[in-house]
Design a protein around this ligand. Structure first.
Ligand code: PLP
Length: 403
């Protein structure tokens, strides 16, 4: 017998289980619409050419070594990612009250921020959108938060934002509740508030004295413009908020397995920022001690070289445009087939994902009959669609809806 014999086996993690099932499937027309990663028109992962050249240069640079990074991460990287987020003309940066600490992807940044808020400020209530990225709840709960609440977000009947419900829920939130906000390209719905709606959201957060924690995992993916896609954190800065932002470079640099992220902080003054960073440093020391270097070096190299930066911008546009094209194609195919229902949400949504509105039964039908893999919630990754499989996917959706 084992001392571990009594352990319960948790349910598999849906998105990884789905990819494993798809990989095992031998059907020639199988499609993976589950995974949250960019795919090319050939359905393949994409190593960004600019990342490839930065890595090549690094491989041949005799001055580089594998010494530990500082606990807070590479200073050059931290400085660059704050600028990318807030813009180089940011007042918070010039005042010395904005800074970042390197983290293990966006997930690590969320966990670190949640640890800080719970351990040091004793915050215990957090709100996520309904629905939200599956990991938000787990990350905050594991950081010690015990009061998990949701604000309304998606109106499944009308397939759009439930903005009145969202506002009502935030209005009812208790002081110091942490509000997790998807800064751009909401996962899983792909539906973002408009700028006017964000202004109203910010006003409620200010009035109710709530704490904004922005999750920015898809900067560049919504519009193809890095600047446009960081409108939300820049607006919160201009409105004088103190807030955290979890930045992820997994998607926009295609550096998924290098775990490159940052917890970025905007505070009221430089003294507060230094105190926050010093406390975060201790939390990091106790958690992963110091971050990995490779991905952060790639990101910092590209962000600090105008010609590489320009090239990266073009790659982002390539990715964003491909997604837009696939949205358009899928929508047109469904219209042409006369598939019952309104499908224009597919073209209104932004970022990698679309919340199709397909029911669990319809999802099951797609998996079983067509070998098209997608999450039970009906979320699809638009990048899994290509000009070659869009007819197949649209026909399958049509069948699932009309059968
Ligand atoms: N936040 C959201 C909304 C995401 O969709 C993801 C990744 O899927 C993350 C955070 C975490 O990204 P990372 O892989 O950098 O940890």
């Amino acid at each position: 017998t084992s001392i571990f014999g009594e352990l319960e086996v948790p349910a598999p993690i849906e998105v990884f289980a789905l990819t494993a099932a798809c990989n095992e499937d031998t059907h020639p027309h199988k499609v993976n619409l589950g995974v949250g990663a960019y795919r090319t028109e050939e359905g393949k992962p994409w190593v960004l050419p600019v990342v490839h050249s930065a890595e090549n240069a690094m491989a041949n640079d005799p001055t580089l070594n594998h010494e530990y990074l500082p606990v807070k991460g590479s200073p050059e990287y931290c400085k660059s990612v704050v600028q990318l987020l807030l813009g180089s003309d940011s007042k918070a940066i010039s005042d010395g009250r904005a800074g970042a600490i390197q983290a293990l992807g966006g997930t690590g940044a969320l966990r670190l921020g949640a640890d800080f808020l719970h351990t040091l400020l004793k915050y215990n209530v957090f709100y996520t959108s309904s629905p939200t990225w599956g990991n938000h709840l787990g990350v905050f709960k594991h950081a010690g938060f015990t009061d998990s609440r949701q604000y309304k977000y998606w109106d499944n009947e009308k397939r759009c934002l439930d903005f009145e419900g969202l506002k009502a829920d935030l209005m009812a939130a208790p002081e110091n509740a942490v509000i997790v906000l998807h800064g751009v390209a909401h996962n899983p719905t792909g539906m973002d508030p408009t700028q006017d709606q964000w202004k109203e959201i910010a006003a409620i957060i200010k009035e109710r004295k709530l704490f904004p924690f922005i999750d920015l995992a898809y900067q560049g993916f919504a519009t193809g413009s890095l600047e446009a896609d960081s409108w939300v954190p820049r607006y919160f800065e201009k409105e004088g908020f103190e807030f955290f932002c979890a930045q992820s470079f997994s998607k926009n640099f295609g550096l998924y397995n290098e775990r490159v992220g940052a917890l970025t902080i905007v505070s009221a003054n430089a003294a507060a920022l230094q105190k926050i960073l010093a406390n975060l440093e201790i939390l990091v020391r106790r958690t992963w001690s110091n971050p990995p270097s490779h991905g952060a070096r790639v990101v910092a190299t590209i962000l600090n070289n105008p010609s590489l930066f320009n090239e990266w911008n073009q790659h982002i546009q390539t990715m964003a445009n491909r997604v837009l094209l696939m949205r358009d194609l899928l929508f047109k195919k469904l219209k042409a087939l006369g598939t019952p229902g309104k499908w224009d949400h597919i073209t209104k949504q932004t970022g990698m994902f679309s919340y199709t509105g397909l029911s669990p039964n319809q999802v099951n039908y797609l998996v079983k009959e067509y070998h098209i893999y997608l999450l039970k919630s009906g979320r699809i990754n638009m990048c899994g669609i290509t000009t070659k499989n869009v007819d197949y996917v649209a026909t399958a959706i049509h069948e699932a809806v009309t059968k």
